[in-house]
Design a protein around this ligand. Structure first.
Ligand SMILES: [Zn+2]
Length: 395
């Protein structure tokens, strides 16, 4: 029955003229309700399934959608942009798999690398994270269609390359996308014993600001998400300084074009799925700078993430970071971890605060280091967690 109904839907929607500038996006019910009141009639709801809806949208309106979600629902993301109707349709039709995969144990989660982690954690430096945030937020914008968006991505590539220059088992590459001119940056440390098993640490490289500003608005994105990139970079620096040689393969990823519908991470995760790559775990750092919740330092998002891995991260925080932590929900497509969950891989998203307490300056010229307290001491906790995650799971 379902299949027949779906087939009718496809033929109906494809029957009409399809303009080249239309895009397909998927959103949840909260966003759909908001769109109905905030966006003009240029969108069409095509299909709804399992709490998510597929909208056809004028390409010009994608950034308006991002800003409506940010302004009205106080979310950093909130939708996924797709390359085709079919891809969008599949993504909401099979989202049930994301929920069902939540309790599957992908790894034998066990803490047994105390010696290595405890010797490296004290070497992580707040000042190094701060310097990287200052550098990244000094680009006028890292908008995925801007020249400085390209330059800032190249800067991340070059910084990572310096950190691995002494290693023959490591490489850093630009991943070219179909959906954006901005490339993602992928650094690979090849595993010494089981190179086909992969762990991913990632965050998005782009920034966004202003309702209609697009590529011309000033978008320092210090918290969103220079902080996540800087956090990962400091983890990488200390791992390399200590000659870390993982048994499994470790990949660092700076994703392109997250702010316009998880474009970069979605292409990468889907390619990994098609190539049957064995991704054992993904950790996402998107906003680590602003301490918004008084009694919690690290907050794990429970939706579109893997429960077993989230619980293990909690154990890692207790063991190595020793700060209070908790859980919150961030909504549909709120960051790149959703791309990995969507592709069937276990992902987690440790975040700066409860969703309701997050930095209100993001997506504006006010997302500066100064407006997040002027230093990176909050982000340092996430660098410790990232380091513990990689050393424990890659060995
Ligand atoms: Zn973000």
């Amino acid at each position: 029955m379902k299949k027949v109904a779906f087939a009718c839907m496809i033929s109906l929607s494809l029957a009409g003229p399809s303009l080249a500038q239309d895009v397909w996006v998927t959103v949840d019910n909260d966003v759909l309700n908001q769109v109905q009141t905030s966006l003009d009639s240029s969108y069409q709801t095509i299909h709804t399934a399992q709490g998510a809806s597929l909208l056809k949208l004028d390409a010009q309106k994608v950034e308006s959608l991002a800003n409506i979600i940010h302004d009205k629902l106080h979310r950093c993301g909130g939708f996924i942009a797709h390359e085709s109707y079919q891809e969008a349709f599949d993504s909401i039709s099979y989202q049930g798999e994301m929920y069902f995969s939540k309790s599957v144990a992908f790894l034998n989660y066990k803490i047994n690398q105390q010696k290595a982690v405890n010797s490296m954690v004290p070497q992580l430096e707040e000042m190094k994270i701060r310097e990287m945030i200052i550098k990244l937020s000094s680009f006028k914008t890292r908008h995925h269609k801007s020249q400085t968006g390209l330059e800032s991505t190249q800067y991340i590539h070059d910084e990572w390359k310096k950190l691995i220059s002494h290693r023959t088992d490591a490489k850093v590459e630009l991943f070219t996308h179909r959906g954006t001119p901005q490339p993602s940056v992928i650094l690979t440390l090849t595993g010494s014993e089981s190179p086909n098993d992969i762990l991913v640490i990632g965050g998005h490289a782009d920034s966004l600001a202003g309702f209609f500003g697009g590529a011309n608005s000033t978008a320092p994105g210090a918290d969103d998400n220079a902080s996540g990139i800087a956090t990962m970079t400091e983890t990488l620096r200390v791992l390399m300084q200590n000659g870390f040689q993982p048994k499994k393969t470790v990949m660092f990823m700076a994703y392109a074009a997250e702010e316009v519908g998880l474009v970069g991470s979605k292409e990468i995760a889907q390619q990994f799925k098609q190539e049957n790559k064995n991704v054992l775990g993904v950790i996402q750092f998107d906003m680590t700078l602003f301490k918004g919740t008084a009694d919690k330092d690290i907050v794990m998002m429970t939706d579109y993430t893997n429960t077993a891995q989230n619980e293990f991260l909690g154990q890692l925080i207790d063991e190595y970071v020793k700060v209070p932590w908790g859980y919150s929900r961030c909504g549909y497509g709120c960051s790149d971890h959703a791309s990995w969950s969507n592709a069937g891989f276990p992902a987690s998203m440790p975040f700066e605060s409860n969703k309701g307490d997050m930095n209100r300056h993001i997506h504006s010229a006010k997302d500066t280091l100064q407006n997040s307290g002027g230093n990176a001491s909050h982000a340092l906790k996430f660098a410790k967690l990232g380091l513990a995650y990689l050393v424990e799971l890659a060995n």
